[in-house]
Structures are given as structure tokens and as C-alpha cells.
Ligand binder design. Structure first.
Ligand SMILES: [Zn+2]
Length: 157
């Protein structure tokens, strides 16, 4: 069978559903560290093993791949053209698990941020995302979601 999935999709698939230390994640970590924030990585003691945990702010961050975690309306949220049933089931399970983890964390008094990988692709995006995130971290808001607006396809159609 021909190679149906393109190179980009394939590398996202290879990176795995809960890819740790991915390039976008490392970029965010570096930017936050440079601004003086300190955090724990992939803490086993916190539900869902968030990518970053900020105990001082009672906040956690998940850096989510748009493909695996189904960033709604994002152009990177593609669906492979083969084995569609398989993918649909897998994606549905991923989204359900993310929602369940988020619910548990909020119930336990954590504040939860989701940063989509499309918001961390270029250096200027990393800066803008880090700004947004830092502001949220110091706020009292419970949830935050950051994605790249330019990567959004028209949801109306
Ligand atoms: Zn996205």
C-alpha cells in the first residue's frame, strides 16, 4: 500500500500520543525558565502526569499535539484516509481521557492550561504564547487554552 500519510503526519504519529520532551514542549520550557519560572516535569504524583507542574501557582500545563488530541478547527488536526474507524475510536478515547483528567485536576484544586503545539511552532509564537501563559499563571483563572489562530480553518463550513 502506498504511503498515505504525509511526512508531517507520520512524524506526529511517531512522536506518540503522550510524547514527552517534544520540540514544542522544550521550546515552552526554555522560554518559561528564561523568565524565571520554576516547574516540575511530568510529575507522577499529579493526575494525568502533566508536562509541567507549577506547585507555587497550583497550576499544570499540558502541551498537546493537535493531531492526537484533536485541536478543534486546527489545520493540523487531520484524519488519516485509511482505517478511519480505527482512528476515530482512538481519537474519541484520547479526547475523553483528556476531558476526564482535566475534570479531576480541577476538582483537586489545580488550575489547568492546555497549550496546543500549533502555538509553539515559531520563535515569535513561542514568545507570544509564553506571554499569555505567564499572565494566566499569575491570575486566578482556572483554565486556559492557547492555540495558533492562524492555523484555524473555517469552522462555519
Ligand atoms: Zn492546533
Amino acid at each position: 500500500m502506498a504511503d498515505i500519510v504525509d511526512q508531517q503526519t507520520r512524524s506526529r504519529m511517531m512522536a506518540g500520543i503522550r510524547g514527552k520532551n517534544t520540540k514544542p514542549e522544550l521550546a515552552l520550557r526554555r522560554a518559561l525558565h528564561a523568565r524565571g519560572f520554576r516547574f516540575r516535569l511530568h510529575s507522577k504524583n499529579v493526575c494525568g502526569r502533566p508536562d509541567l507542574v507549577f506547585p507555587k501557582y497550583r497550576a499544570v500545563v499540558f502541551v498537546h499535539g493537535c493531531f492526537w488530541h484533536r485541536h478543534e478547527g486546527c489545520r493540523y488536526t487531520t484524519t488519516p484516509s485509511t482505517r478511519q474507524e480505527f482512528w476515530r475510536a482512538k481519537f474519541t478515547a484520547n479526547v475523553a481521557r483528556d476531558a476526564s483528567v482535566r475534570g479531576k485536576l480541577l476538582k483537586d484544586g489545580w488550575r489547568v492550561a492546555t497549550v496546543w503545539e500549533c502555538a509553539l511552532r515559531k520563535p515569535d509564537q513561542v514568545n507570544a504564547t509564553t506571554d499569555l501563559f505567564s499572565t494566566w499563571l499569575r491570575s486566578n483563572e482556572l483554565q486556559l487554552q492557547i492555540g495558533d489562530e492562524d492555523s484555524r480553518t473555517n469552522l462555519e463550513t
